[in-house]
Design a protein around this ligand. Structure first.
Ligand code: TRP
Length: 363
């Protein structure tokens, strides 16, 4: 069996640079590494509906945004399969069988579900679909026989839950499912990029995101108004780099070569940080440097996006072809699952003969 990737995102908004350093950039590298036999990237619209049932139009409108973000980051439909979750009915069927292998108390202990329930004020009015989405996520992963799931660390409990379901299924019914491994981002600063205001998380409602689709001047405006060290008032003041968002972004984006190009007075980020800590280095200079780096990274993404934006029907065609291919794979897995569960009655001639014999002996 080869190496297979499955991962995806909920289409609830445009993707931002946190998604980019946290996952998209890595996906493109994995795609181009040639190490994987198949790469499936899913737009998880059905999962997005589990907590957006009052706003299905938001999910519907963001399918194309996420698809454009994927393609513009360099995911190549010739090398990976981009598809839409709701178009693969086999995923729901698998979920229904997996539901028997998971208890309510186990779901209640899932840290992601727990914190999202708290965040959304769901308490006991939690929709059943939302409560059970870890099971549906296990179906997403196992349907494609994924060996590798590149995701952010917030998804760790989901992968653990999937592994448990796989082990349980295989022990009850026989080895039919592949146990996946999580693949976390390799740079610590990329685990979770804070918002431009210094808040722990980028979120649309806080207005603290830099989007991949933001135009150049918008990115610059956002960078120049970023949160830094509130006690670093005069240029000559010593400053803190820990918890200073501009430096956190530099940790995530900056390479040594960037200094040669944009800030030749320093060799690397450590030197820049030392100067900031000592005092004598102004925020504006550091922000300008970060802006140059971000613009260089985002420029090809913006360019590719423009090309795809000019041909939206082609993007839907990519998604349709991807969904067809994904469904064929999921159908194969489902067939194996039903065989393992021995609920493939009509293909199981021995079973039919056995029933026939049973009745014959009663004659
Ligand atoms: N839960 C993921 C998120 O919120 C999206 C997702 C759905 C996913 N199914 C998946 C990720 C399967 C990895 C594998 O972003």
């Amino acid at each position: 069996m080869g190496k297979i990737i499955l991962t995806g995102d909920r289409p609830t908004g445009k993707l931002h640079i946190g998604h980019y350093v946290g996952s998209l950039k890595r996906r493109v590298e994995l795609q181009n590494s040639g190490e994987f036999d198949e790469i499936f990237i899913m737009i998880a619209d059905a999962q997005a509906l589990t907590d957006n049932s009052d706003n299905p139009e938001k999910v519907r409108q963001n399918i194309i945004e996420v698809a454009l973000d994927y393609l513009s980051c360099g995911l190549d439909p010739k090398k990976c399969t981009l598809f839409i979750q709701s178009q693969i009915p086999e995923l729901t069927e698998l979920s229904f069988y997996y539901m028997n292998l998971v208890t309510v108390s186990r779901l209640q202990r899932n840290p992601t579900v727990k914190s999202e329930i708290a965040m959304r004020n769901f308490e006991t009015s939690i929709p059943v679909g939302f409560f059970t989405y870890p099971i549906s996520q296990a179906a997403d992963i196992t349907a494609f026989q994924a060996t590798t799931v590149p995701v952010g660390e917030d998804q760790e409990p989901m992968i653990e839950q999937t592994r448990e379901i796989v082990r349980k299924f295989n022990s009850v019914y026989g080895e039919a499912l592949v146990e996946p491994e999580i693949l976390l981002p390799n740079n610590k600063a990329c685990l979770r990029l804070p918002g431009t205001d210094g808040k722990a998380k980028m979120s649309k409602s806080l207005g603290n995101c830099i989007y991949l689709s933001d135009p150049e001047d918008e990115v610059k405006k956002k960078v120049m108004s970023m949160y830094t060290d509130p006690n670093h008032i005069q240029v000559s003041d010593p400053g803190e780099v820990e918890g200073n968002t501009v430096f956190t972004y530099l940790d995530a984006f900056c390479k040594d070569e960037d200094f040669e190009k944009y800030l030749p007075d320093y060799k690397n980020l450590d030197e820049l940080k030392d100067h900031y800590r000592r005092g004598g280095l102004g925020d504006v200079k550091v922000k300008r440097f970060l802006n140059s780096i971000l613009q260089e990274e985002l420029e090809p993404i913006r360019r590719r996006r423009k090309e795809y934006e000019a041909n939206i029907p082609y993007v839907y065609q990519i998604l349709k072809e991807g969904s067809d291919k994904a469904e064929a794979m999921a159908a194969r897995t489902l067939k194996g699952v039903k065989e393992a569960m021995k609920i493939n009655y009509f293909d199981d001639l021995e079973y039919i003969e056995e029933q026939a014999r049973k009745y014959k002996s009663q004659e």
